[in-house]
Design a protein around this ligand. Sequence first.
Ligand SMILES: CC(C)(COP(=O)(O)OP(=O)(O)OC[C@H]1O[C@@H](n2cnc3c(N)ncnc32)[C@H](O)[C@@H]1OP(=O)(O)O)[C@@H](O)C(=O)NCCC(=O)NCCS
Length: 204
Amino acid sequence: MKKKLMILGAGGYGRVIAECAELSGQYSEFVFLDDVEPTEQLSYPYYGKLDKVYDYVDEYDIAIAIGDGRIREFWITELEKKGANLPNIIHPNATVSPGAKLGIGTVVMPGAVINTGTLIGKGVIVNTASSIDHDCIVGDYCHVAVGAHLCGTVILDTHIWVGAGSIVIQNIRVCKDCILGAGTVIVKDIDVAGTYVGVPGVRK
Ligand SMILES: CC(C)(COP(=O)(O)OP(=O)(O)OC[C@H]1O[C@@H](n2cnc3c(N)ncnc32)[C@H](O)[C@@H]1OP(=O)(O)O)[C@@H](O)C(=O)NCCC(=O)NCCS
């Protein structure tokens, strides 16, 4: 039987998640929550503010469509405690190796590729046309943005934003709480939290 999905966040990311989930064929009903009432026309009903989710944890699967990793962490932690089902949403045109493992509440967008031996944490965004090669570890609440590439055996700690079109070469480790700016190429391990930009990437 097809299930019902409640999406926390009714912005562009929420609409992409709704579409991924619909195309995956697992869900037949979608509703949005957001603290800001959407002004644009949504394809699915808006049910109210985010804390309304507590009324629905038994009835709906829940997806968190919030770009800020700390807020994603808050909601995933809260909802896990309440026993909510936080599925992985995988677009049918994404490629996820059977040899990869994904934590709960992770989203894999169209054209993304996750290769064998890779471990992805919870609440991770693997965005459009990005790739994560073999044997990587991607920590909880990371975001691998559109067109970014992690080569093989890269280890990302938690809360790392890999900006659009960035590349992390093979065997690199990145410590928690880093931002890799759009188009950055990381060729050395990063041990100090911060924002890194450029080719090769340096701390800003
Ligand atoms: C790195 C980033 C977070 C910095 O944002 P910020 O702190 O607001 O920085 P600013 O825009 O004020 O720029 C500060 C300086 O860094 C430079 N800079 C910013 N982003 C850069 C980047 N990606 N690569 C190289 N230089 C960059 C700016 O040119 C500026 O240089 P200047 O001081 O010589 O003028 C942001 O520019 C970025 O790249 N974000 C990623 C966006 C992205 O990938 N989105 C994907 C959505 S799916």
